[in-house]
Design a protein around this ligand. Structure first.
Ligand code: SF4
Ligand code: SF4
Length: 358
């Protein structure tokens, strides 16, 4: 596991333009592989258009207590980008007035933002249907000031979505750091103890799986069964759904692909697994991503690549849902990660299992 973010290391890959250059050149420039634009054009799906807004995803900062190998945010304890309460107030105005039914708080570890609890309390009052917090679990055990997070989440009826790359210590710690597995297990047990993840409980607890190497996730439904069986038998842990998410070739995962000489093979696998049926439901079509400093992006990945929305409206302070709807989505080759197999988004597969994979 990395100990510092790429940014702190002064790595070239901390720069979004360097990442975009890699994604545009090489095998895509020579035509060995089709660009994402050309690929979706084959089925007349270019340009991708934003539909009605359903999900507001707010990134409250890039600081994290972990430095996971695959992190698309390049998050870590050394990242200082944090959303201020003023920007949160602007977000709250938008949450109140937008047509979105889902609010999704992410980071970094969102709980490390000093105004996180204030923001959750205020946002919960708006009565949005599904209020997600992406918690990395270990934060709950990182320091005693976070120990009551399960109760806090429960009080505000937050839907907890947490990464758990495997049900074994070895695979989890390899990707996320020594000790992460044990702390995650303890945090899951504490969430279960207050009612999260239990059958018939309204306190939603979902887990996120993403592969630990240069390969694509397996079948989401069968992995969910395996996770449920193992976590219940070994640790008496229950949860609701498992989301299988494909690693996108950006930030630290791109760094890993290049360092391990897997970049080209991985891009080949993504292009081979391209599923035209997954294109119409990619998450940027119904989601808007807001950065820690209030700028608007089609998704969290575009945010990290500093590809702003293609709209007159660029910042939360000038938010206008009508102007944003129908905008052309900004794409590059990383988008292949969202259209492989059964499709991938922050909510897992974008194609229901019964619809099949073409
Ligand atoms: S993947 Fe999540 S938990 Fe890991 S460093 Fe990134 S933001 Fe933190
Ligand atoms: S990476 Fe972002 S912009 Fe590209 S398809 Fe996925 S959600 Fe859409």
């Amino acid at each position: 596991m990395a100990v510092k973010s790429l940014k702190k290391q002064g790595s070239d890959l901390a720069q979004s333009n360097k990442q975009l250059e890699i994604l545009s050149n090489g095998i895509f420039q020579t035509g060995e592989l089709p660009t994402f634009k050309n690929k979706i054009s084959e089925t007349n799906q270019f340009p991708l258009k934003a539909k009605k807004l359903e999900i507001l995803q707010i990134n409250v900062g890039y600081m994290c207590n972990q430095v996971c190998d695959h992190c698309h945010v390049d998050a870590g304890p050394d990242r200082k980008e944090i959303m201020t309460r003023d920007t949160m107030r602007q977000c709250l105005e938008v949450i109140k007035n937008s047509g979105a039914h889902t609010l999704d708080l992410t980071g970094g570890a969102p709980e490390m933002n000093p105004d996180f609890r204030w923001f959750v309390e205020e946002a919960a009052k708006v009565g949005i249907k599904d209020f997600i917090v992406r918690s990395n679990l270990t934060i709950i055990r990182a320091n005693k000031k976070y120990y009551d997070l399960p109760e806090f989440f429960k009080k505000h009826n937050v839907h907890v979505v947490s990464s758990m790359p495997h049900w074994t210590r070895g695979k989890t710690d390899k990707q996320r750091g020594d000790g992460v597995f044990d702390k995650s297990i303890k945090a899951l047990q504490e969430l279960n103890a207050v009612g999260y993840g239990m059958p018939n409980s309204d306190l939603r607890l979902d887990l996120v799986y993403n592969p630990s190497g240069a390969f694509l996730p397996g079948d989401q439904a069968s992995m969910e069964k395996d996770f449920k069986k193992a976590l219940l038998e070994d640790f008496n842990i229950q949860f609701h759904n498992l989301f299988a998410i494909t690693n996108l070739p950006i930030a630290r995962f791109l760094d890993y692909l290049i360092a391990s000489e897997n970049y080209e093979d991985y891009m080949y696998s993504l292009v081979e697994a391209y599923n035209p049926a997954a294109v119409k439901n990619v998450m940027c079509t119904n989601t808007l991503s807001i950065s820690w400093d209030g700028y608007l992006f089609d998704c969290d990945f575009n945010q990290m690549l500093e590809l702003p929305v293609n709209s007159k409206v660029k910042h939360i302070s000038e938010y206008n849902e009508e102007l944003l709807e129908g905008r052309d989505i900004v794409i590059s080759q990383h988008c292949y990660g969202c259209t492989a197999g059964a499709g991938s988004s922050c909510q897992g597969n974008t194609i229901p299992a019964e619809a099949g994979i073409s």
